[in-house]
Design a protein around this ligand. Structure first.
Ligand SMILES: O=C(O)C(=O)Cc1ccccc1
Length: 283
């Protein structure tokens, strides 16, 4: 089985994929949409992409692509600890060498915001498609005085020297990655399973007072716990949103189908994104 992931080698997504799928064929992709399209085009069976970080929140491109562009299901969720380090080309690792620009994925830059503000105020920051892409670029451009933010494996993979370890602003830094597939059957992975959950995307009927309250009631009176609710723009006009809802239950015969039918009877559009297990990938 082939797994498309947000690459190149040694991205955080790659670390999660190596731990969850040690034996499988892996296909690095440059962007999150590339990973998703690799599954749609059947160049890969599964895609693994980041969905949410504990410090920086949702990865909007993943959420939006799932709603607007792709008809794929979430079949598993992987949660990994994240440690960010600042790394440079070994030719620039002396303390007197001044970093001219810092490159990384937007979420990694955000996770290290306080560190960058205090230690590298004024140094230009540049977003890359992943932390590993930043490390690779730095290794290939020794003539520019660059630094990358990424993980330890990226430093090793691209021959960089870590000059500051653990620069993320809060100690608890975890990212959730999702495994996407054409079919909706949950995927079993031989790692520690933490919970069963179901993800829905709900669009409310237009201009109906109390519609969100009614949607929440369909879960409340069935005692279905929600672990996340977030709105994203529908992209049809300002003030138009859809809701991403995580229910802390797997699919059953009665409660979840009942809640979904009730929301539909209220005039909501309900997109079932998946019912799956969440796995913890420890260090
Ligand atoms: O850029 C990476 O390495 C990724 O896999 C995405 C990401 C970025 C920052 C934290 C976790 C995942």
């Amino acid at each position: 089985m082939k797994i498309a992931y947000l690459g190149p080698r040694a991205s955080f997504t790659d670390l999660a994929v190596r731990t969850a799928f040690p034996e499988e064929d892996k296909v690095p992709c440059v962007t999150i949409p590339d990973c998703i399209e690799a599954v749609i085009e059947e160049e890969a069976d599964y895609a693994v992409v980041p969905l949410e970080n504990a410090l920086e929140g949702s990865v909007h491109i993943t959420v939006d692509y799932l709603f607007h562009e792709a008809n794929l299901s979430i079949v598993a969720e992987l949660t990994s600890p994240i440690q960010q380090h600042l790394m440079v080309h070994p030719g620039h690792s002396e303390p007197e060498s001044k970093v001219g620009k810092i490159l990384s994925h937007s979420h990694a830059l955000a996770q290290c915001h306080k560190f960058l503000h205090h230690q590298y105020r004024g140094t230009p920051l540049e977003q890359t498609t992943s932390t590993a892409a930043a490390a690779k670029y730095v290794s290939e451009h020794p003539e520019e005085n660059l630094a990358a933010i990424g993980n330890e494996l990226a430093a090793r993979e691209y021959g960089l020297t870590i000059i500051h370890e653990n620069i993320h602003d809060f100690a608890y830094n975890h990212t959730k990655f999702i495994v996407l597939h054409k079919q909706s059957d949950a995927l079993t992975i031989s790692r520690r399973k933490s919970a069963e959950k179901t993800t829905l995307m709900v669009t409310l009927p237009k201009d109906r007072s109390g519609a969100l309250h009614q949607v929440l009631s369909t879960f409340a009176w069935r005692q279905l716990n929600l672990s996340k609710i977030e709105s994203r723009p529908l992209k049809t006009g300002l003030g138009d949103y859809f809701f991403l809802i995580d229910v802390a239950h797997g699919m059953d015969e009665v409660l979840l189908p009942g809640a979904i039918s009730e929301m539909e009877a209220l005039g909501c559009e309900v997109k079932m994104i998946g019912t799956y297990a969440s796995y913890l990938l420890e260090e």
